[in-house]
Design a protein around this ligand. Structure first.
Ligand SMILES: [Zn+2]
Length: 432
């Protein structure tokens, strides 16, 4: 009961702020539905507030890959579920959320919506936010042509809209399958007024792990960040098993659920400051700390090339070739090198642009014993083929390899250990 009172106090406090300070319609749009409003469960976690976002202002969110994320306050959480609906597990997820009066965002796959249109309507009827997740859940949107990507996006939206029977019931939110992002895909989505959603942390519920591990990962990663977007999959039985415990623990630790909805002419975006959209503000200090101030080599002889010869190193040749090609430095042009070693040189670091991507998640997010072996294996085999090294994997590939995220979607359901290894294998050169 004390929990109810605290929720009620928060609601009254926010109401006071609304009337006393802002007194705008946006305040009413974000008026919280307290846990005390949850029929039959006075101790429910509830949904503390609704956040209205304008996809045209913030096109890409989620610190796993982007510079911006939702403007959440400390201890606020947004739950997201991908790949559904499938009746058995998705219905259970809905029931668990309903029991706690928790609202979430579901990224629905078009083919799933075609097969289970009633499941999509259940999401709508329960008041959840519905976004899309492509038509066929391809794990190749980072490599396919823009035309193919458009087709996936548009067909997915059409399928989910058909299931709902009302385009307005669909939020312009999209999550790329496997988080295999590509600039062209994001640009297309933005051109359509669609917001690209990554996440702030996953719970690895597409992997072959127990519900207890899903719960543990969800809570530990949330604790590490203090707030954010949690990525889950409503088609996974282990997620069904973990979800009640996650919600229970969120309540116990004082976390609050936020539902996110898109702005409309009748429902303006919640007023925010630009800085609120950055979980970790990017500063010049951050850039400096990652930039080598002094190179690992100097040039005493002006006749020398700036890069070490491939034979100078016992590192795999292709890697050095790639590094040299990527960082043309002093050797460009015909200007003779000075007698003195040109390094270290003071360089003015450019502050990253506001839309700078952050494709590689923090390493600690993925420090899971069973993945370590796969990563080491990949590193060992990588340089075998110069041809492959000459066309290094994209940042999105690297992210996907780190994440191992495929959502457990249409291709891989349920996920088996053999499938996990097959993903690693796909990123490695073929045996010669
Ligand atoms: Zn997925």
């Amino acid at each position: 009961m004390s929990g109810n009172r605290s929720v009620g106090q928060r609601a009254r406090h926010l109401a006071t702020l609304c009337f006393g300070i802002l007194a705008t319609t946006a305040c009413f749009a974000t008026n919280p539905a307290s846990a005390g409003d949850c029929p039959g469960n006075p101790d429910a976690l509830g949904t503390s507030r609704t956040l209205v976002v304008d996809p045209r202002e913030h096109k890409r969110i989620g610190t796993m890959q982007y510079a911006e994320t939702l403007p959440l306050q400390d201890h606020e959480v947004v739950l997201t579920f991908d790949d559904g609906p499938i009746p058995r597990n998705s219905d259970q997820v809905l029931a668990i959320l309903a029991a706690q009066c928790v609202k979430a965002t579901f990224f629905v796959v078009g083919r799933m919506a075609q097969e289970h249109p009633q499941g999509v309507r259940k999401l709508r009827d329960a008041g959840h936010t519905i976004g899309t997740h492509s038509q066929n859940h391809p794990l190749s949107m980072n490599r396919m042509s823009v035309e193919q990507a458009k087709q996936e996006v548009d067909a997915g939206i059409a399928s989910v809209t058909a299931a709902l029977g009302d385009a307005k019931a669909l939020a312009p939110f999209f999550r790329i399958p496997g988080l295999l992002r590509a600039e062209a895909v994001e640009d297309y989505l933005a051109s359509q007024g669609i917001q690209t959603w990554s996440a702030d942390f996953p719970a690895d519920d597409w992997r072959h792990i127990s519900s207890a591990q899903v719960y543990s990962l969800a809570m530990s990663r949330l604790e590490a960040k203090g707030k954010g977007i949690l990525l889950l999959h409503d088609i996974q039985a282990r997620t069904v098993g973990a979800l009640p415990h996650i919600l229970q623990e969120l309540k116990a630790r004082g976390y609050r659920i936020v539902q996110v909805v898109p702005a409309t002419p009748e429902r303006p975006a919640t007023p925010t400051e630009p800085g609120q959209w950055r979980l970790h503000p990017i500063t010049e200090t951050v850039a400096t700390s990652h930039w080598p101030k002094i190179p690992n080599f100097v040039f005493a002889n002006a006749e020398m090339l700036p890069g070490p010869a491939l034979s100078d190193s016992d590192v795999h040749d292709g890697q050095l070739l790639v590094l040299a090609a990527r960082r043309p430095r002093l050797a460009r042009g015909a200007v003779p090198l000075p007698q003195a070693a040109p390094w270290p040189r003071q360089r003015l670091l450019q502050a990253p642009a506001a839309t700078l991507d952050m494709p590689v998640p923090a390493r600690d997010v993925f420090q899971i014993p069973e993945r370590v072996h796969a990563e080491l294996k990949a590193v060992t085999l990588l340089p075998r083929r110069a041809a492959e090294i000459a066309t290094p994997p994209t940042a999105a590939d690297a992210t996907a390899r780190l994440n191992g995220i495929d959502g457990g979607g249409l291709r891989r359901r349920p996920v088996r250990p053999s499938e996990m290894t097959s993903q690693s294998r796909r990123t490695e050169p073929l045996p010669q």
